[in-house]
Ligand binder design. Structure first.
Ligand SMILES: [Zn+2]
Length: 368
């Protein structure tokens, strides 16, 4: 049985589904939609509830959860429900996924977002499309725009955020199964998340390699972050000392494969995961955004983000915060910034004091 968002919207009926939900809630307090004080915009509320549109499939799932309360892993989609679960159950294999939102808090720009204005000073390069500076083919043809932007963008000194330290703390406690990040700033490493628990899905600035020049493959010699930093500071493009190829930080450009570790780890990890925490991402970049679908169908998942993300209306894909189109009700949404969400989770996992101590005593800084 399959249906799409457009099918659902075609049948849109705003009254009936809400009535259905309200009746269901009266019968059994298992399918309450949202706390009334949840700070959601009208658009978000509509996005959350669109899947309840007069659909036989959704009515089936709603009824099934009334008949079988054990299908409600969480009571509703609020953080309180997850907190309740945290008090009942000890999670031992937590996966944390992060996006730009965990790093923008400490002043790192969202590299791929046109809204950051990072493309605005590229006029002199006459790029066909501004985002081409992150395209591997264009880089091999003309690396100057990338290195110019890199010099302007990289902050001199940055400390990891509370969210980064929360993830480190999960690792210290032995309950972090893996941390999948889309960020390339290496703040996870700076915060002390062990490398073996880290999948830098879009690569990182930690190392660099010779990638050759257009029509001539590089020798793949590895270079350090310091090598790149010195060249960039001197406004030079870094070239390989062995073969004269371009040296590129190991961040994944458009047109490049994700790191092998991503493919080696994700399937087994997500099958083993007993709690999925997703911080600060709009879940729009593939294949990263698809990772949430690999968790088992009854694994609780929590999105902490300043706006709703990842809702597809599909019974097996994306989040189902309404609890009406997937077999289990297991998704929770905290609307807010990542650090606030991390602090709430730390508090209810008994880690608040240790988190504060880690944040206050850690002197580690990232310097590019
Ligand atoms: Zn080389």
């Amino acid at each position: 049985m399959s249906f799409s968002i457009s099918d659902l919207l075609a049948d849109a009926d705003f009254e009936q589904p809400q009535i259905a939900i309200a009746q269901a809630s009266q019968n059994e307090d298992q399918v309450a939609l949202f706390d009334s004080d949840t700070d959601l915009s009208e658009d978000e509320m509509e996005e959350l509830t669109h899947s309840n549109k007069n659909s036989a499939e959704n009515q089936f799932y709603i009824q099934d959860k009334i008949d079988h309360p054990q299908l409600n892993i969480v009571k509703d989609s609020t953080m309180d429900s997850l907190i309740e679960l945290l008090q009942k159950k000890e999670f031992k294999n937590i996966i944390v996924m992060t996006g730009a939102g965990v790093s923008t808090a400490v002043g790192i720009p969202d590299f791929r977002s046109p809204e950051t204005g990072i493309y605005s000073n590229l006029g002199k390069f006459d790029l066909p499309h501004p985002e081409d500076m992150f395209d591997i083919e264009y880089f091999l043809y003309n690396p100057q725009p990338f290195y110019t932007v890199m010099k302007d963008l990289l902050p001199k000194k940055v400390k990891p955020s509370k969210t980064h330290y929360f993830i480190r703390l999960l690792a210290d406690k032995g309950i972090l199964l893996r941390h999948y990040t889309q960020n390339i700033d290496t703040l996870e490493r700076v915060a002390g998340v062990p490398e073996e628990l880290l999948v830098e899905s879009h690569g990182s600035f930690h190392t660099a390699h010779c990638v050759g020049i257009k029509d001539k493959p590089g020798c793949r010699k590895e270079y350090s972050r310091e090598f790149i930093r010195e060249k960039v500071a001197a406004q030079e493009v870094p070239y390989c000392t062995e073969c004269g190829g371009l040296v590129k930080p190991d961040i994944v450009f458009f047109g490049e494969e994700l790191p092998q570790k991503f493919f080696d780890c994700y399937y087994e990890d997500f099958q083993k995961c007993d709690l999925l925490l997703v911080f600060g991402t709009s879940l729009k970049v593939q294949p990263f955004c698809n990772l949430i679908d690999f968790a088992k169908i009854d694994t609780p998942r929590c999105l902490i983000n300043n706006k709703l993300a990842g809702v597809t209306g599909h019974p097996r894909k994306g989040f189902d915060f309404s609890g009406s189109f997937q077999k289990y009700r297991r998704d929770v949404f905290y609307k807010g910034n990542c650090d606030d969400g991390a602090v709430i989770l730390a508090k209810h996992m008994g880690l608040e004091e240790e988190l504060n101590e880690l944040v206050n005593t850690s002197e580690q800084e990232l310097s590019f």
